[in-house]
Ligand binder design. Structure first.
Ligand code: 0O2
Length: 225
């Protein structure tokens, strides 16, 4: 039978979440800053929206147990910190596929955090059909009088990928992680359809740009006459 975390275990975890909450709050403001900076300059923003959360104590305990960490034994809190990378999670949602690459580049050039790892589930989707780019970043927080570096996961997704992942996540939760094989297959097909939509939208965007360029050239050549 699974270990029942004591009240003390819960309290320790709640306390240790504080710098992660601060990192999420600060990073949310910073990532939204990329969007508003573009909009203020009347430029297209590669970011549609940003959300963030700190993993709940319950879901943290579940993930820790899945990773073989024994709650309440030895340095279990430190072990969670060094093995669970998405305690602090940010999600950046874009309209188009190529916006993901633009945001990825912007984030790789930032000096206020360090990229530790990039996992590209777009180039190599998960077996479930999941697509997204995950960046693990080391972010410095100044909490009380102390500097503490915390790891945060930034997920980059298109609207279509996010739509799929949100539904799949809810279904997996409903079925307690034991999705029937037939449903898994349907979900994989739905993921391919979402990808097809992303590719089609990318094509439409290219078409719009080409026609805008032609219009601009026409205006310039008419002005020259
Ligand atoms: P939540 O509720 O979103 O926080 P793992 O050992 O694979 O569970 P790891 O090594 O961190 O964990 O893997 P990964 O791939 O970085 O996954 C971390 C997060 O990515 C997940 O967090 C999900 O948010 C998302 N994710 C990964 N795979 C899938 C998938 O197949 N479907 C959906 N919908 N999301 C996925 P959590 O903790 O699972 O959940």
């Amino acid at each position: 039978t699974a270990y029942k975390p004591s009240r003390g275990d819960f309290e320790r975890l709640s306390k240790f979440r504080a710098p992660y909450q601060q990192a999420v709050d600060e990073l949310k403001v910073k990532l939204k800053g990329i969007k508003y900076g573009c909009l203020e300059q009347d430029r297209y923003s590669p970011i549609e929206f940003v959300v963030g959360r700190v993993k709940s104590v319950e879901s943290l305990l579940k993930k820790a147990e899945k990773k073989g960490i024994q709650i309440g034994v030895g340095n279990w809190v430190e072990e969670i910190e060094s093995h669970v990378y998405d305690i602090a999670g940010l999600r950046v949602v874009t309209r188009y596929l190529e916006d993901i690459r633009e945001v990825q580049e912007i984030l790789c050039e930032r000096e206020d955090f360090q990229i530790v790892e990039i996992t590209d589930y777009i180039d190599t989707p998960k077996e479930s059909g999941y697509r997204s780019v995950h960046l693990i970043v080391r972010y410095p927080t100044y909490h009380g009088s102390q500097k503490r570096d915390v790891l945060c996961e930034i997920q980059l997704r298109t609207l279509a990928m996010n739509f799929w992942a949100t539904n799949e996540h809810e279904l997996r939760y409903k079925y307690d992680e034991k999705l029937p094989e037939e449903m898994k297959e349907q979900l994989r097909r739905a993921a391919d359809a979402a990808n097809e939509l992303d590719l089609q939208m990318a094509q439409f965007r290219r078409d719009i740009r080409t026609s805008q360029e032609i219009m601009r050239e026409d205006i310039v050549s008419n002005e020259d006459k």
